[in-house]
Ligand binder design. Sequence first.
Ligand code: SAM
Length: 247
Amino acid sequence: MSEILDSSKTRLFVDAELGAGLSIGVSPSQAHYLSQVLRLKSGDKVALFNGRDGEWIAGVDGAGRGWCSLSVEIQSRRQLAEPDLWLVFAPIKRARIDFVAQKATELGVSRIQPVMTRYTQVNRVNTDRLAANAIEAAEQCGRLTVPAVEDPLALDQLMAGWPTERRILLCDERGDAPGAREALAEKSGAPWAVVIGPEGGFHPDEREKLRRLPQSTAVSLGPRILRADTAVVSALSIWQALVGDWR
Ligand code: SAM
């Protein structure tokens, strides 16, 4: 069984159980994509994943207006453990929040959690659109899961229910907490969250509360103030390099 990624493959995320010999139908929009956009014919192959059963090769059985049926044939990749990394970020405006959902997915987060802070200027988040962006990015980048996209929570509410064991990489342009680099070098296997503030930054009270949490490691992302979407990409890349699956 090959574990090598093949970027030329058409990959689709499905809900259905996957296993040799199963026959599955895809959603009307996926059927349209396969039969009208890619013009696949009976016997053509696609790769399927559902976040649980690894990746499978399936052949097109038949397609019509709004439907397409596929026969699951052989497993091409086993399901592997992926990093347990949340992205907590203050929402930003439309094109840039879509970018955040796509890039966070490509960079391996397991949960996308919008958080409302005092200086957050966006008050509605279209989580369905973010989830659609995450699915498309997961299909394209070869990962075997799609991150969960959660409804926005107020910062206080999120912190009140924060899991004791989940560590926080707090991105704070005010600078590293003492011992931050050493803390990031520890390979404890703990779950993590990267936390990014709004365009206006954290309110001083929010920043102090976050910095004082026992799970928190405040870090600078360098001597320049990054826009929130740039900070997301930068922080997730740093986390993957120091703690995650960059080898
Ligand atoms: N407070 C800043 C201001 O108004 O000048 C801007 C906030 S920045 C646009 C948005 C978020 O990105 C920050 O709250 C922080 O989480 C993160 N960020 C941006 N640049 C950073 C840096 N150099 N180091 C750490 N975090 C940074």
